[in-house]
Design a protein around this ligand. Sequence first.
Ligand code: ZN
Length: 300
Amino acid sequence: MSENSLNELAQLTALAERLADEGQMNLNKLVEAAVYAQIRRAGWKRRPQISKDLMQAELANAVEALKKNDVSPELIAAMEIGLRALQTKRGGDMMYDESPDIFVCRMCGYAALGKPPDHCPDCGAWPGRFRKFVAFFNRDNIEPLNPTSVLDLLAENAMELARLVEGLSEETMNRQTAEDIWSIRDHIAHFYDTQEMLDTRVHLMLNHDDPDLAAMAVFEFATEADRHPTTAQGILKSFCQKREACVVLLQQRSLSDLYRTGRHAEFGGLTILRQAAYMAFHEQVHLAEIDLLCREVVSP
Ligand SMILES: [Zn+2]
């Protein structure tokens, strides 16, 4: 790839990240799609350039180039197994054990085989931040959500949050590193607010057919006075109770209840399960931010 086109895609990807950080999730979606579209289009224009005879040499070149481009050694190693299989005319597809599903960190691009690491070794991202790549007859990464793992993740995030801030004083949790940067307390308040929103939406979807789920600017609530218990510990405790009650409620509901729907002005059609999953994955962004913040505000 020419330096220029890679730079353009890099710039677009960075823009997509910024838009997501600013809550522009639909613009983020459009820009992410544009990045993917350009990559597919560039490949499309080269068809049918690579013949069967050429693919082995192409793969060998590609592996060498990827090594220089800082791609994870695990991914390179798997590709090299595939390359050797082609070179020795072993025949057939690679075995799944040789080429498990791949998880790419959507923060920094680190690639892990088989399962996402507990934390990205390069940037510290939580496992829910990895994009899974599967063989494409499995519909190019689209897979049904597993209700059990979504509910487990909701419960685990609450435990992670409590673990991260365990033993911190109120003063530390209220400390801001810059004027418009959230304190740890603000992040905890955000968990609390989004849990309240989840409770509201679950209630609406369980009790009404395809209700309108009014878009709420939950982001603004975190710094609003009088919305929360007075101390950060108090907010955390109350959040954990609400979370547990919510998880238990959803665990007790039937599968068809979890697929009850609602409509949202920004996200379109939602199910209870999709809403819960969105929340669980979104929380992992905040967990990473809190983790970083803890290191900055806790005095050595
Ligand atoms: Zn990473």
